[in-house]
Design a protein. Structure first.
Lengths: 192, 362
């Protein structure tokens, strides 16, 4: 706590603003990755969330989800995972149409990206957004995840199925997997 | 790996995951965003954090007890064991620690990672794959709760005057939405679970935690001592008790001049004064003067109210010097001598107390 108060709110805001500016100005992918990781880690600290929201970092993270560079995607969804814990940021992500972008991350090759996406989807689930976040394709994907060897993926998918989906949704998804109507969400494309 | 599926025990899996590997630190950071320590480019989320810590690089020289002691500094360790099957470098061992709180694990990782330990360098990382579903759920819930409590506090800091109204309105809508979700998704079991993580303070220093618990008990008697000390002789600026006489003659006077009620009353009031008065510096001359004044007062009291019991001290013998001028001189000397010695002669007890440290004349 003592370290937290070392910098005033305005200093913190200026520093974060500097990071965002560098991210937008630089041409080097390496610098971009570093700054993006910085911002995503700052999003973990609840006292920065207000500043980050004012700087529209939510949109910056969302933009990263459609990048080619896997690191950009991983850091972007990591930042969203951290930000979406807080209610107002969650609402901002929902307003800016973040759910389909987050769902697309479920098909990533990288474990961390997929895990962040699942947690973000949990955070984004509200009474209003529930239909979107627990789409049948997503539930099917979670069912598959809950059967994998990776314990972290298995645990997180289990929590999603148990706490955010109704029993009917899960049953329907199970039938879907066994029958014809399979979804491709959460299945990564083969590498070339 | 099949065994881990069949038997989902926490302690089964021995696979090396990507997040166990140490990544290369970034060498090319811009000056303004360089930290104190060089770190890899990596994003931490709650998924990566865990109460479980994997400790690699422990020298295989039988130092498990020391390792456990080291990690116990940072919080309550619920369980630990050596991971014999985990692929380790030659002559090193790998251990798994389960802390009671996530915050303890976080501090322990920060303090011990890359630190040398009995000649080896430790590599400490989170091991969330050892969590159960329930532990994962609890971890996420605690994190969410903490973030929203903390962000409400910072929001107050941000907008103290004008935007309070908008703040409250937006939280109102959230508050109305939140219970619905709770009803929909929260199972009864989940609500019954006691929270182990509770909160996520940024840096609670684990080692000092215990001390701070005990400190109040320690400080209490200390404070009492200080308050009583004001009645005791107080040290002067040089740290000696030599000049702190005033209370001492009073008490001795009480015992010596055995009790007239008026004296007692005066003493009491004086002592209360000295109690209430803060310690202040008095020059030595003032001390001597006040001492003398007090002595005179007591002499006066003795002459007035008390009759002296016992033999009188012998008077100075009058010797005839067989010369007028010599006799005059002798008389002068005698008069001054009686003047000087009259006080100690009347009260020899006080002479002792007033000069506790007779100076040696050279």
């Amino acid at each position: 706590m003592a370290r937290k108060n070392q910098f005033s709110v305005s200093d913190r805001f200026e520093f974060l603003q500097g990071l965002v500016t560098e991210f937008q100005d630089t041409d080097s992918d390496e610098s971009k990755e570093q700054v993006l990781a910085n911002l995503a880690n700052f999003a973990y600290d609840a006292s920065n969330v207000e500043s980050l929201r004012m700087l529209q970092v939510t949109d910056l993270f969302l933009d990263m989800l459609t990048e080619e560079n896997d690191n950009f995607v991983e850091f972007g969804i990591g930042g969203l995972c951290n930000l979406s814990m807080e209610r107002e940021s969650r609402d901002q992500i929902l307003q800016n149409g973040g759910v389909p972008l987050v769902i697309s991350c479920l098909s990533s090759n990288r474990d961390e990206t997929v895990l962040s996406a699942i947690t973000t989807l949990m955070n984004l689930t509200t009474a209003a957004s529930r239909a979107e976040t627990t789409d049948s394709a997503v539930v099917q994907c979670m069912l598959r995840f809950s059967l994998t060897q990776n314990p972290r993926l298995r645990n997180l998918a289990s929590v999603f199925l148990q706490d955010y989906c109704t029993r009917e949704q899960v049953d329907r998804a199970r039938e879907g997997i066994q029958g014809q109507s399979q979804s491709v969400v959460g299945i990564p494309l083969p590498k070339d | 790996m099949d065994s881990s599926v069949a038997n989902p025990s926490v302690w089964d899996t021995q696979k090396v995951y990507k997040h166990h590997e140490q990544q290369n630190v970034a060498q090319t950071r811009a000056k303004y965003r360089e930290g104190r320590r060089q770190r890899a480019v990596k994003v931490y989320t709650i998924n990566l954090e865990s109460r479980f810590l994997l400790v690699q690089g422990v020298p295989a020289i039988g130092v498990m007890a020391e390792l456990v002691q080291l990690f116990a500094l940072y919080g309550v360790v619920e369980e630990y064991r050596a991971l014999d099957e985990y692929p380790a470098e030659q002559f090193t061992e790998v251990y798994l620690f389960q802390f009671q709180k996530l915050t303890s694990a976080r501090i322990a990782k920060r303090r011990t990672d890359e630190k040398s330990f009995f000649g080896g360098q430790l590599h400490v990382c989170y091991a969330p794959e050892y969590e159960t579903v329930e532990e994962t759920r609890q971890k996420l819930q605690d994190r969410r709760r903490y973030v929203n409590r903390a962000s409400q506090n910072t929001a107050k800091q941000y907008y103290q005057q004008p935007e309070v109204s908008t703040e409250s309105s937006s939280t109102d809508t959230q508050a109305s939405a939140a219970p619905e979700i709770q009803k929909d998704f929260a199972s009864a079991r989940r609500e019954n679970v006691k929270s182990d993580y509770l909160c996520f303070p940024e840096q609670p220093l684990a080692p000092t935690e215990d001390v701070s618990y005990r400190l109040p008990n320690f400080t209490q008697p200390f404070q009492l001592q200080w308050s009583t000390k004001t009645t005791l002789p107080t040290e002067d600026k040089m740290g000696s008790l030599h000049n702190s006489i005033p209370p001492v003659p009073e008490t001795s006077k009480q015992s010596a001049s055995s009790s007239s009620s008026s004296v007692k009353e005066r003493d009491l009031s004086k002592r209360q004064e000295s109690l209430s008065r803060p310690v202040r510096f008095m020059p030595r001359i003032t001390h001597l003067e006040s001492r003398k004044r007090k002595l005179e007062e007591t002499v006066f009291f003795l002459n007035e109210t008390e009759t002296l019991i016992g033999p009188k001290l012998p008077e100075l013998p009058k010797v005839d010097m067989e010369d007028h001028s010599l006799n005059v001189t002798a008389n002068l000397i005698r008069q001054t001598m009686t003047k000087v010695t009259s006080v100690p002669e009347v009260k020899p007890v006080q002479v002792k107390t007033t000069t506790p440290k007779p100076r040696r004349r050279i």
